[in-house]
Design a protein around this ligand. Sequence first.
Ligand code: SAH
Length: 372
Amino acid sequence: MQAATFPAPAQPPANLLDMDRQGLRAWFARRGERPFRADQVFRWIHRRGVTDFAAMTDLAKALRARLQEEARIGLPEVVARHLSPDGTRKWVLRLADGNAIETVYIPEEGRGTLCVSSQVGCALGCRFCATARQGWARDLSTGEILAQLVVAHRELGDTPAGGRPVTNVVLMGMGEPLLNYERVLPALRVLVDDLGYGISRRRVTVSTAGVVPAIDRLREDCPVSLAVSLHAPDDALRERLVPLNRKYPIAELLAACRRYAAAGPHRAITFEYVLLEGVNDRDEDARALVRLLRGLPAKVNLIPFNPFPGALWRTPPPERVDAFRERLLEAGLVTITRKRRGDSIDAACGQLVGQVLPRHRCEARLPAQARS
Ligand code: SAH
């Protein structure tokens, strides 16, 4: 008797943006295709921004047809484009499930920085951040993280000199990248891959509120530049501003930073410090910060608070910002004040909101002891 044959269950097409080069090679290998074919497709997508398989002209016709059946390159829809007078651009990207995220491009003399989101909303609940107010809906997939680069390159075109406009990438958009480690890691690998975006590790920055175990993993897996949102010189104040501090207090965080700096591509760790008037901007706070960072290979990035509707905090006057910076400089700490870019289009640090569906309570994903 002949065995009944059933059609193989149809696999949904795989999103090739979800894979780093290793992953893509493995996917090709499972289809009996050679690794260099995967490399070719990888280059088409990430080096040349081509997402139509039919246009990948150095692939055999049969392979192109197969890719069209079994693979896809998932891109979000650009639902809004904002251009600030200072040249900063913000795109609002609608994801397949209706959520929206924001991506910001900041052009500067000789470089262009793309600020990329890693989650829909954020679960950390930092008190001074507009994204936190939105709550957290879900992690972004690797493909949704990398799609922000594909879209930005498509929107920006080549530079006048013919080069690519994105020279630096910072994971400083919506979300906490190190709470989405499994998806962020392959994306980082594609960013630094020579056949991908080919961006040097120093020019790729992960910013974290201080997820200590993930800092250690990143050091091992893909050391790129690290920025840490410190914002306060002691645990009592930091707990009020950054609830995650209850789980990973400053001493543990700085110990992880020391380990990272010993291995990372940049000797120095960048410490971000949002200046909130009357809260953490006094001279004594600056002196405490100096004591705290003594002996660490540190740079400080001061971010005068960027307001958003309903925020209770105030931005210190410029003289206060300068005086605070002066205290750090006197002590030999490399300190810059982050220029406020894109403020008029709500694209500055802490102003990104997107559209977060459904809204979870802030801190919903924090371990119990870290909740307020
Ligand atoms: N979750 C990561 C990535 C966000 S990066 C992190 O915490 O590092 C965005 C940076 O902007 C962080 O340093 C964040 O603390 C800071 N920020 C948030 N809200 C801000 C605001 N209203 N004004 C200025 N900086 C803000």
